[in-house]
Unconditional design. Structure first.
Lengths: 269, 284
């Protein structure tokens, strides 16, 4: 039950993408999302898809983990596809059957929408699969640092995020242990109606919350004991530095953008 | 034969980069009324092994048997298994959740579908078994008790299901010396009242003092099995796999190497004391 949560799952590795600066990866992901919306024809989408697939293949991560990440949003993809298919009435009619009318424009829009969604999810998944949570929050903090002049709490938010990410596996572990302990006492989490199941969660949630508060208190004390005073004047052990590979990644993104714009202009198909 | 395990293998997260083999063809059998110790250092697979013994982890059919029930069989009656095998996890006090001690201890028996009178009787009995006064603690919140008392309440929660076999994972972890002694007295009392006890630990001192028979786990395999005396003979090998023999066994060995007349395989404080006294009086 707890095993199929892939949130923030990181796959260690040493590929080109793994070694990129987290800021590069964050910006590249944002850029990729933008490019996905720039594309206006199948040729453009094919180019982006080829790029994403090439990136995914270079990381050495098994395709099955990327596909697994798509599962939760499969419903949304199908829903938007169907919606676009049926309610786009412009264009040449392909099928007319009772009140259902499918046009070539509708089919085109629906497929674009589905492809956009899939590319969005897969590319952001590539980010989280190749970047450790800590590197990710470091990157975010560094990117948001300029906003501190308008009192945006970049450091605090990044710290909260890294603590939260740090404790997700710990709490899942703990939930698993408590669940086993209560099962050993005959608790039943799997069957029963909705109310029974909600009630069955009490023996799991109460100890989990008590434990989370205990951990939070311990963590606060430990941070205090090491003189944590917030972000001001804090130096870091691992300095983020852009390197040659980041420049290569930037060029690759620019080339991709140029390619998509060119394909839009050519208006192939 | 109450517990019988035949070539149990357990792999965590197979097919991912995190794949790890926790147990590898482990076979063991435990008789009624035994007091058995399972020892191994962190990550040796001892916790995985015990979760198989009451069906929390499911094995293949024909691998784990408890009182003749095949735990790996499809549709095995899990409640029936948990009625027979009580499992007390490490730091069991973190599983407490009810408003009062009595309600928390009653959680197990309630899940077994017993009637209210029987539950009340069992709760009182279980609290007495762990050395708590039912009249005093029953209506208290488990969260206002001390750490040692919380653990006792948690153990009572499992005892109230009246299992014939009780498995405890590191029951004395994090307790002070006094608390440890009391905990072991309590467990010995439970064993003396006719319950089969399986205790998991990494402390040779503790299992050596209490258990009739030991299983030494190393990297998911059983390295040694036998009575404590039989196991402690392999002290060099045990040391190499990150375990130690009791302090008294070490002392006896050093004395023997120094030329004193110490019998092989003694490890209990009393036996070693007697041997030393024998040497001293014999030398005069």
């Amino acid at each position: 039950m707890l095993k199929n949560i892939t949130l923030g799952q990181y796959f260690p590795g040493d590929s080109f993408i793994h070694r990129l600066d987290p800021r590069t990866k964050l910006l590249a992901t944002v850029a990729l999302i933008a490019i996905v919306f720039v594309a206006q024809g199948f040729s453009g989408f094919l180019l982006i898809a080829a790029f994403v697939v090439a990136c995914a293949a270079s990381t050495g991560i098994h395709l099955k983990f990327l596909v697994r990440g798509l599962k939760p949003i499969m419903f949304i993809i199908i829903f938007t596809f169907v919606l676009n298919l049926f309610f786009q009435t412009e264009g040449r009619e392909l099928v007319h059957w009772g009140f259902i009318r499918i046009t070539d424009q509708g089919l085109r829009m629906a497929s674009f929408m589905a492809m956009r969604l899939i590319l969005l999810v897969v590319s952001s998944q590539l980010l989280t699969l190749t970047t450790s949570p800590i590197a990710l929050t470091d990157g975010l903090e560094s990117l948001f640092r300029p906003l501190e002049v308008i009192h945006f709490p970049a450091h605090e938010i990044a710290m909260m995020m890294s603590i939260a990410l740090r404790f997700i596996p710990t709490l899942m572990d703990e939930a698993d242990k408590i669940m086993k302990a209560q099962k050993a006492r005959g608790a039943n989490f799997e069957t029963g109606n909705l109310i029974q199941r909600a009630k069955a969660m009490v023996p799991l949630l109460v100890p989990l919350f008590v434990g989370a508060f205990r951990r939070a208190e311990d963590l606060a004390l430990a941070m205090d004991a090491r003189c944590y005073r917030g972000g001001a004047g804090r130096t870091r052990m691992k300095q983020l530095k852009f390197g040659v590979i980041d420049a290569i990644a930037a060029v690759a993104m620019l080339l991709l953008l140029a390619g998509v714009i060119a394909l839009n202009k050519l208006n192939l198909f | 034969m109450p517990i019988e395990v035949k070539k149990l293998t357990h792999v965590y997260m197979p097919g991912t980069p995190f794949e790890s083999r926790a147990l590898n063809a482990v076979s063991l059998s435990i008789q009624d009324g035994e007091f058995v110790g399972i020892i191994g250092h962190t990550g040796s697979g001892k916790s995985t092994l015990i979760t198989h013994l009451n069906g929390l982890e499911k094995s293949e059919p024909g691998v784990v048997f408890v009182n003749g029930m095949d735990l790996g069989e499809k549709g095995a009656d899990l409640i029936a298994i948990r009625r027979v095998v009580g499992l007390v996890f490490q730091y069991p006090e973190y599983q407490l959740f009810e408003e009062t001690v009595a309600k928390d201890v009653a959680f197990g028996p309630t899940n077994l579908g017993l009637d209210a009178d029987e539950i009340k009787r069992r709760v009182e009995h279980a609290l007495k078994q762990v050395g708590l006064d039912p009249a005093e603690v029953s209506e208290k919140s488990p969260f206002e008790l001390s750490g040692g008392q919380k653990r006792r309440v948690a153990i009572a929660g499992v005892l109230a299901m009246q299992p014939g076999i009780l498995i405890l994972d590191e029951p004395a972890a994090g307790l002070d010396p006094m608390g440890r002694r009391e905990m072991f007295d309590l467990i010995r009392g439970i064993h003396d009242s006719g319950t089969t006890v399986v205790m998991v630990s990494h402390s040779m001192d503790d299992v050596g003092r209490l258990c009739d028979r030991l299983f030494v786990l190393n990297r998911g395999e059983i390295a040694y099995t036998g009575t404590p005396a039989e196991v402690f003979v392999h002290d060099n090998r045990l040391h190499a796999i990150g375990l130690d023999v009791p302090e008294c066994a070490k002392l006896a060995r050093r004395l023997r190497e120094a030329g004193f007349d110490m019998p092989e395989g003694i490890y209990r404080t009393e036996d070693v004391c007697a041997a030393i006294i024998g040497n001293l009086s014999g030398g005069k």
